[in-house]
Design a binder for this molecule. Structure first.
Ligand SMILES: NC(=O)c1ccc[n+]([C@@H]2O[C@H](COP(=O)([O-])OP(=O)(O)OC[C@H]3O[C@@H](n4cnc5c(N)ncnc54)[C@H](OP(=O)(O)O)[C@@H]3O)[C@@H](O)[C@H]2O)c1
Length: 254
């Protein structure tokens, strides 16, 4: 049955990892969830189980899909109370390769940074129609200190963080709150290929629970876990110590 007060959230990158766990949390909280990714992935069983879940395919890096996405979302809802822009990818630059794959920088920026820009373009008109809208973007704790091989990933997430902080100022006039989430290491397909140690690694369900709870108070930023934030604070302020001792290293750097 339709509930006029049911809140509506759009989540990108909902087919796996953090986005999938967040989707379950919003569904269990009674929200209508419009879930996007390029593929249904692990969302498939949820689509049978929850009638208030709809899969809306979207490649965030495809600027030519923006207009169609606006129309599709508008046909599904009159407004968005919340948008969680979480879609992301990670590829690493291998400097041991004689010909490093520099084009990878473009691929990562296309999804992580321009994908977020495209997603804001898609959802802004519907956010403006909500009474108390909330725009949420997923950056990373990787922006707090340099990580090995993360030339593209870290730069894309730093760009994302700045984009969101600037948007926060410019969307205030429309009463849209903007939150930037900065998770630490989460055990998902994105990190399962990492060859360096990942301090304070969390499960996707644990990360989603912390994010979902934090979002209730609409902070400007939420970085977690705090133990990693503390370690990265030291790394930022004592960069020589970070480089020589604290920063996670791959086997050939030890
Ligand atoms: N895992 C971590 O430790 C960690 C830490 C900090 C921040 N984050 C960030 O958290 C977010 C979620 O990552 P995750 O760890 O949950 O990774 P994941 O399990 O690999 O999930 C990534 C999600 O993004 C979607 N996606 C990838 N490329 C896309 C594209 N071009 N268009 C639309 N959707 C796309 C994927 O679906 P399809 O492939 O079906 O499109 C998938 O649903 C990312 O922004 C990531 O950078 C992760």
């Amino acid at each position: 049955m339709k509930d006029a007060n049911q809140r509506v959230v759009w989540i990108t990158g909902a087919s796996s990892g953090i986005g999938l766990s967040l989707t379950k949390r919003y569904l269990d909280g009674g929200w209508k969830v419009l879930a996007s990714a390029r593929t249904q992935g692990e969302l498939a069983p949820l689509l049978d189980a929850y009638e208030h879940l709809t899969f809306v395919p979207f490649d965030v890096s495809a600027g030519n899909q923006i207009d169609a996405m606006k129309e599709t979302l508008s046909a599904l809802t009159s407004h968005l109370d919340c948008a969680v822009l979480n879609a992301g990818t990670c590829e690493y630059l291998d400097m041991t390769d004689e010909n490093p794959d520099w084009k990878m920088m473009d691929r990562v920026m296309s999804v992580n940074f321009f994908g977020m820009v495209n997603s804001v373009d898609v959802c802004l008109p519907l956010l403006k129609k909500a009474s108390r809208p909330h725009l949420v973007g997923v950056s990373s704790q990787a922006v707090q200190a340099a990580f090995t091989q993360a030339e593209a990933y870290g730069a894309s997430k730093a760009a994302t963080r700045y984009f969101l902080s600037s948007l926060r100022m410019d969307l205030k006039q429309f009463n849209i709150d903007v939150t930037c989430l900065l998770p630490g290491f989460v055990d998902t397909p994105l990190t399962q290929k990492n060859t360096f140690s990942m301090p304070f690694l969390m499960s996707a369900d644990d990360a989603a629970k912390r994010m979902h709870t934090a979002l209730e108070s609409r902070p400007y930023e939420f970085a977690f876990p705090k133990r990693l934030s503390a370690m990265l604070w030291i790394g930022r302020h004592f960069p020589k110590l970070w480089l020589s001792m604290l920063a996670p290293k791959t086997d050939n750097q030890k």
